[in-house]
Design a protein around this ligand. Structure first.
Ligand SMILES: Nc1ncnc2c1ncn2[C@@H]1O[C@H](COP(=O)(O)OP(=O)(O)OP(=O)(O)O)[C@@H](O)[C@H]1O
Ligand SMILES: Nc1ccn([C@H]2C[C@H](O)[C@@H](COP(=O)(O)O)O2)c(=O)n1
Length: 234
């Protein structure tokens, strides 16, 4: 990457800690943040709202081209706007999580969102001095020339444990099944279109199975400082 701005790309499976770690890393480095999964979720939400059949691939692709989407880039304040309406909470509901893979595996949608993501990465990096972008194909397809590329992993057990903890308070049986669906089934579907289980050449593997959140953030910041010392502030 030749630009003066720092671009950090982070991929990984569901529940590996990408969003939490990426936000914290961006905050620590004082740069912007892009959650690309939220973009697939926003298209899914928009299709559900507009009555677009998620099995109609051409119609969903058209929706991805025309969605009036604005992505928040502040790592301390998650925000996703569609037509000016804040949908950050709506896109995290089970209604969206259960079907988002249909949109993410639509091969007409992917290049549309990938180009939008490249444009956003450039814009955020220019505006804030750098960006941490996270998803499933950022290190390999969207920004293979990023200054620093990380694959964040964790064992299935650790990821199930983390998600179950998040869902604590719900009916226990439902929580376990919903967790399994959100982790195992969704990864199986998503991995048909992206490689996020093996680190590509030049991508740094950070296994967080035995790390807490703080240790995971420190591990990624260490990689960034090592790989791009000239672009990181003190
Ligand atoms: N290293 C860690 N140790 C313990 N808990 C963690 C760690 N990293 C993340 N968590 C917790 O695990 C949960 C899932 O993390 P997060 O949402 O960041 O994962 P993700 O990879 O972005 O998932 P998804 O792709 O499904 O959105 C969160 O509650 C988060 O606080
Ligand atoms: N670059 C990306 C980002 C996300 N996805 C898929 C994976 C999920 O099915 C969905 C939502 O992602 P999450 O918010 O759970 O990280 O989008 C993808 O295919 N490529």
């Amino acid at each position: 990457m030749s630009s003066e701005h720092l671009v950090v790309a982070i991929d990984g499976p569901s529940g590996s800690g990408k969003s939490s770690v990426s936000r914290a890393v961006a905050r620590q480095l004082g740069i912007g943040y892009l959650d690309t999964g939220a973009m697939y979720r926003a298209v899914t939400w928009w299709c559900l709202e507009e009555g677009v059949d998620l099995d109609d691939e051409a119609a969903v692709e058209q929706a991805s081209r025309h969605i009036p989407l604005e992505m928040g880039t502040d790592p301390s304040h998650a925000s996703v706007l569609v037509s000016g309406r804040e949908i950050e909470d709506d896109i995290r509901t089970t209604r969206v999580s259960e079907v988002v893979s249909k949109v993410a595996t639509n091969t007409g949608v992917r290049p549309v969102l990938q180009q939008l993501q490249r444009d956003l990465i450039d814009r955020i990096a220019t505006q804030t001095g750098g960006v941490v972008a996270e998803g499933r194909d950022i290190t390999t397809v969207v920004a293979p020339d990023a200054d620093v590329r990380v694959l964040l992993t964790a064992s299935v057990e650790a990821r199930l444990r983390r998600r179950s903890k998040e869902l604590h308070g719900h009916d226990a049986d439902h929580a376990v099944e919903a967790t399994r669906d959100q982790i195992v089934r969704r990864d199986a579907d998503d991995s048909t279109v992206s490689e996020f289980t093996e680190a590509a050449e030049g991508v740094h593997l950070v296994d967080t199975s035995d790390l807490d959140l703080e240790q995971s953030v420190a591990a990624v910041v260490d990689v960034v400082r090592r790989e791009a010392p000239a672009k990181v502030g003190v």
